[in-house]
Ligand binder design. Structure first.
Ligand SMILES: Cc1cc2nc3c(=O)[nH]c(=O)nc-3n(C[C@H](O)[C@H](O)[C@H](O)COP(=O)(O)OP(=O)(O)OC[C@H]3O[C@@H](n4cnc5c(N)ncnc54)[C@H](O)[C@@H]3O)c2cc1C
Length: 462
């Protein structure tokens, strides 16, 4: 067994791990980064980037089909060449992965260890079969994986997760998507727009990340106009039959129907990759999901020299959060036992559905009981109507008394951009009145936001 000693060991070469490695190196520590799977990061290989590439193709198809109300006719058939669609998704995805691989290549070879790491004790790791690594401090940045309920396993290769979709050579004909969370909504809508027959089934009524019931109900109805979505579905039976999956379920109108699908896409949540880390060999206290208890500000696990960042810690599974947390964890691992709170930005989440969904700051579910809610519908909003994108409902939340802007949840046009404006306002701790003093051009979708802010201001004054 080979032995090695380092100051800092980072487990996982994803976004969080790479940021942690760089921070520890910048602090002058002898650091290694350990990767068991393929290099390239979840975001670039099977996450943010390929999903947005598929959605871009779907949007192109959708726009072409919806020109008539403008008096613009597309003569002739709209042909979706599934092979060409998937070829572009993979080609562009590989380009993005290539940039990550270049940056990994830039890491000195002696700092890059290959193999899965397991804890032997708090600061000793077994890497693969033949290396034992002693590290003064450890950063866990092992990411997350799709959590597939056990009964789905019986479907064999007819069961797919997001990773599989992006390696398809062509588009299938019929897909049942389980889970209308962020991933299920994005992929389900995109496949539907690309001509795949899609059914999206959920449990419990949730849609995307929305916790505001009014916005969630509006979003459900808006998507149901476009594709089959039952956020609280009754699926009575699901069996594999040859190369198909046969599903018996109660349709939205209550009728029991049986349909055949080429694939079942499980988008039923993600689970932090901690199960095979040997955490039972450490002195770390674990939560019910097996994740070490940690301080969300410093990312330190208890008082130990172990830190946890990115999807592995299961608090904010988003790319920019993984990057920030990796930096914090790497810096604190380097300065341990001195640790300090890292940068925490205003929370910001976007679903790349159409209309888009966004959440900023405090969610509806976490609001104080007396919070003020300002509202706007985008249905008659000028700019949205001009573009025939006039679908959406927004709630902005304010603190009674101070008038501080707390957060927002909404579905609506170009939400990815307004979400940034609002997240910046939240981080600057602006009041609704201060936000209304900011410039608004005409005619823009942001004028809809202004209507919601004015509504909140009137209610604050009332
Ligand atoms: C379909 C999809 C779409 C998404 N879209 C968006 C989006 O639009 N915007 C957004 O902000 N976020 C999005 N995300 C989330 C985003 O991709 C993740 O939050 C982010 O990639 C997490 O980075 P990470 O470094 O924590 O994990 P990863 O990038 O997964 O890195 C973890 C690494 O650890 C390695 N590893 C695991 N265990 C071990 C071990 N024991 N030893 C050694 N190595 C190990 C893994 O092989 C992996 O390479 C999306 C995710 C998915 C799945």
């Amino acid at each position: 067994m080979k032995q090695m000693n380092v100051d800092v060991a980072v487990i996982g070469a994803g976004t969080a791990g790479l940021a942690a490695y760089r921070a520890a190196r910048a602090a002058g520590k002898r650091t290694v980064i350990i990767e068991g799977g393929p290099y390239g990061t979840t975001c670039a290989r099977v996450g943010c980037m390929p999903s947005k590439l598929l959605i871009a193709a779907a949007e192109a198809a959708h726009e072409l089909r919806h020109t008539a109300p403008f008096g613009v006719r597309v003569d002739g058939e709209i042909v979706i060449d599934g092979r060409a669609v998937m070829e572009r998704v993979r080609r562009e995805r590989d380009r993005f992965v290539g940039f990550v691989l270049e940056s990994v290549d830039g890491i000195p070879a002696e700092d890059r260890l290959r193999g899965y790491a397991r804890f032997v004790d708090n600061t000793t790791l077994q890497v693969g079969d033949d290396l034992q690594l002693r590290a003064g401090r450890v950063v866990i940045a092992t990411g997350s994986s799709p959590a597939v309920p056990p009964p789905f396993r019986a479907l064999g290769d007819r069961l797919v997760v997001n990773d599989d979709v992006f390696s398809w050579d062509a588009l299938p004909r019929r897909v049942a998507v389980f889970g209308p969370g962020v991933i299920g909504l994005e992929l389900g809508q995109a496949l539907s727009r690309l001509g795949v027959i899609v059914r999206v089934f959920g449990v419990g009524g949730g849609v995307g990340p929305l916790s505001d019931p009014a916005i969630r109900d509006y979003a459900t109805a808006a998507f149901q106009e476009q594709f089959y979505l039952d956020p609280d579905a009754r699926v009575e039976d699901m069996q594999r039959d040859g190369d198909e999956v046969v599903i018996r379920y109660a349709r939205l109108d209550g009728e029991i129907v049986t349909e055949r699908f080429d694939y079942v896409l499980a988008a039923t949540g993600r689970r932090p990759n901690v199960a095979n880390l040997g955490l039972e060999n450490t002195g770390l206290e674990l939560d019910a999901r097996g994740v070490p208890l940690f301080d969300p500000a410093t990312l330190q696990c208890g008082a130990s020299p172990v830190f946890i960042a990115g999807d592995a810690n299961n608090i904010l599974p988003l790319l920019h959060e993984a990057a920030d947390e990796g930096k914090t964890a790497g810096a604190n691992a380097s300065s341990y036992p001195e640790v300090s709170a890292g940068l925490r930005r205003a929370t910001l989440g976007v679903v790349f559905s159409d209309p888009q969904i966004a959440t900023v700051g405090t969610r509806f579910a976490d609001l104080p009981a007396d919070a003020v809610i300002g509202e706007v519908s985008f249905e008659n909003q000028g700019r949205s109507r001009v573009m025939l994108k006039n679908k959406g409902l927004m709630h902005v939340y304010a603190e009674r008394g101070t008038g501080r802007f707390l957060g927002a949840e909404w579905i609506g046009p170009r939400a990815e951009h307004i979400a940034h404006t609002l997240a910046w306002a939240r981080q600057m701790d602006l009041t609704i009145a201060q936000m209304l003093d900011m410039p608004f051009y005409h005619p823009v979708i942001e004028e809809g936001l202004r209507t919601a802010l004015r509504d909140a201001a009137a209610k604050l004054a009332g």
